[in-house]
Design a protein around this ligand. Structure first.
Ligand code: TYC
Length: 104
């Protein structure tokens, strides 16, 4: 069979997918500790999680008073990067701030 001859046998006929799954979403959760300054947590929420100042303060206080709070909900790899960036920034500043993620 030459290159130009269309093949009439052996073709794999697959129906193209008409719908794609939505990416799975993950909650990024900030955890309380006794040492990370409140202002640092607010700054993290503003810079990494793109919260407005009042919302960043509200979330920080929820972590402070209740032990944890959701900082945002993202696809897996985005959530993973935000957790890593949060913990790295805190470590560089000498604070024990921890973040984790859980499937929505
Ligand atoms: N509990 C800390 C303090 O009193 C503040 C804090 C808030 C720490 C939120 C971590 O995720 C956190 N300085």
């Amino acid at each position: 069979m030459s290159e130009q001859t269309p093949r009439t046998t052996g073709d794999v006929l697959e129906k193209a997918k008409t719908s794609l799954k939505e990416p799975e979403q993950y909650r990024v959760i900030l955890l309380n500790d006794d040492y990370t300054p409140m202002d640092f947590v607010v700054e993290v929420l503003e810079t990494i999680f793109h919260k407005q100042p009042a919302e960043a303060y509200r979330i920080m206080m929820q972590v402070h008073t209740q032990g944890s709070a959701v900082a945002g909900i993202y696809p897996y790899e985005v959530a993973e990067t935000k957790v890593a960036t949060t913990v790295e920034l805190a470590q560089e500043a000498g604070y024990p701030l921890q973040a984790t993620m859980e499937k929505v």
